[in-house]
Design a protein around this ligand. Structure first.
Ligand code: COA
Length: 151
């Protein structure tokens, strides 16, 4: 596949339409591991500093062989503004279109985008999600048990 990776952050903003396409893509491709669209939009706007935030990064791969150049994989990082005791970044969302999975696209996207990220990266993953294998291959380790108090 002839693909192209685009990066967005506070300095290089997507158009309003591109932003909605990113949110729709993530919503559809995250499937049961996703969030409501408003939550995904909030994360995207945090990464772009379009809300009070420390910014972040959005990276997406497009299939250039198809005339509409659809997104086939996308990752969103949020910067925490912290370090030393909490990692500097959170990998919030990563998804590959289901028709493009298992070709190394998600792995390459994480590897390439990490080159543009300073500091450590945290993420959370359902223990049953096969994505855990991918994260482990990339060097992520689960040192702590994440617990939440929902309010
Ligand atoms: C996780 C995800 C982004 C991986 O994208 P991808 O482009 O298929 O990933 P890659 O092809 O680069 O890597 C696949 C690797 O991850 C693991 N993996 C990921 N998903 C897998 C699955 N459904 N079944 C088996 N292995 C899987 C394998 O170890 C595989 O490594 P291998 O190719 O050496 O066997 C994709 O499966 C996806 O979008 N899943 C739904 C959304 C999701 O779960 N996101 C993560 C939330 S924590």
């Amino acid at each position: 596949m002839n693909n192209k990776t685009n990066y967005f952050d506070e300095k290089l903003l997507p158009t309003k339409k591109e932003k909605q396409i990113i949110v729709d893509f993530l919503y559809n491709s995250l499937e049961k591991f996703g969030d409501p669209k408003e939550a995904i939009m909030a994360c995207v706007e945090y990464a772009l500093k379009q809300t009070v935030s420390f910014g972040g990064l959005i990276a997406m791969v497009k299939d250039m062989d198809r005339p509409d150049n659809p997104i086939v994989s996308c990752v969103v990082y949020n910067r925490t503004g912290m370090n030393k005791y909490i990692p500097e970044n959170i990998l919030v969302y990563i998804a590959t279109d289901k028709n493009y999975r298992g070709q190394g696209i998600g792995r390459a996207l994480i590897e390439e985008s990490l080159k543009r990220i300073d500091g450590s990266v945290a993420l959370h993953c359902d223990p049953q999600n096969p994505a855990k294998l991918l994260y482990e291959k990339l060097g992520f380790a689960s040192k702590y048990l994440e617990m939440r108090l929902y309010r």
